[in-house]
Design a protein. Structure first.
Length: 131
């Protein structure tokens, strides 16, 4: 179970919990039976969830005139690009061990760091801006 901070905005906490749940489901499926028919839709769901979450977070940052918006958005763009590359690599190689490592190490490690730093500060700023 990943340990990460709760932030000041409920929508972000819900989205973070869903992200973790999707990653856990992917890892369990990869470990049980790495069938592409089971993995591909889960990867698509993770990518769509992440795009949607980032877009909502970015809308809220812009509405609150969050000063480091560009830096935070740049991190989102970088992660979406990397996630797309990992998904494409999976679709070419079907290497379950490699994809599992990407999710467990790279993606989950990034997630915990991002939530505990950027998202924590961002959520506090947005909540204050809303009054």
């Amino acid at each position: 179970m990943l340990e990460y901070s709760k932030v000041a905005l409920d929508f972000m906490n819900r989205d973070h919990a869903e992200f973790v749940s999707l990653c856990e489901k992917l890892i369990a499926t990869l470990n049980d039976a790495p069938n592409p028919r089971a993995i591909d839709p889960l990867l698509d769901q993770l990518a769509e969830h992440t795009r949607h979450h980032f877009a909502e977070e970015e809308r809220q940052m812009q509405a609150a005139q969050f000063p480091p918006f560009r830096m935070h958005k740049g991190e989102h763009d970088r992660v979406l690009s990397a996630l797309a590359e990992h998904i494409e690599r999976w679709r070419q190689d079907r290497d379950a061990a490699q994809l599992c490592d990407v999710i467990e190490s790279t993606l989950n490690g990034w997630f915990v760091n991002h939530v505990n730093s950027m998202d924590f500060v961002t959520a506090n700023f947005i909540k204050q801006a809303k009054g």
